[in-house]
Ligand binder design. Structure first.
Ligand code: HEM
Length: 147
């Protein structure tokens, strides 16, 4: 039962990560309104929490698998999935730092210029994120095993 629950949490946490990054992509343009930027500032905090939950639920699965975890240690697809996940998490730092430093004053409709790099990072994250469920399903099927 706990096994099913952890799998569920793993997928659910991913869905929140996906939704948050998707929303950020929609709200963040070359110039966005203060209102939208404020929303994204809040989303950034949610994102960290659910990235962590995705990681912890994945690690939990590995730890509770005992010796069977070695199957995944010898699976190239698992390593690609884990590396992409880390890249996505690290890329989060750039928009996070930009929005954290930004102080919002004035009207909700004020326009704020967003650097191209921040928008680019969000698009790269989205692109990588779309690959992860596929890699997850592949590795569970044993694809990429090199042992
Ligand atoms: C956003 C990132 C991630 C996504 C979208 C994702 C997605 C998935 C999917 C779709 C499955 C297959 C479930 C199934 O068909 O049974 C899976 C399984 C698994 N994931 Fe992830 N995953 C992510 C991150 C991680 C991370 C960071 C770890 C860290 C260790 C991890 C560890 C695992 C493990 C161990 C399984 C195997 C479960 C089993 O054999 O029962 N995942 N993941």
């Amino acid at each position: 039962m706990i096994d099913i629950l952890m799998k569920y949490i793993h997928i659910l946490a991913f869905m929140v990560v996906f939704t948050v990054i998707f929303m950020e992509m929609i709200l963040i343009k070359a110039t966005s309104s203060s209102r939208d930027v404020l929303l994204v500032k809040r989303y950034q905090k949610i994102l960290w929490g659910f990235l962590l939950l995705t990681l912890l639920s994945g690690l939990f699965k590995l730890v509770t698998m005992g010796e069977h975890a070695s199957i995944y240690m010898k699976n190239g697809v698992f390593h690609v999935k884990f590396t992409l996940f880390l890249i996505i998490a690290l890329l989060t730092l750039l928009p996070y730092r930009f929005f954290r430093k930004l102080t919002l004053q004035g009207e909700a409709d004020d326009k704020i210029a967003i650097p191209r790099s921040v928008r680019l990072v969000l698009h790269i994250q989205m692109l990588l994120l779309v690959l992860l469920p596929l890699l997850g399903v592949m590795m569970v099927r044993g694809i990429g095993y090199f042992g």
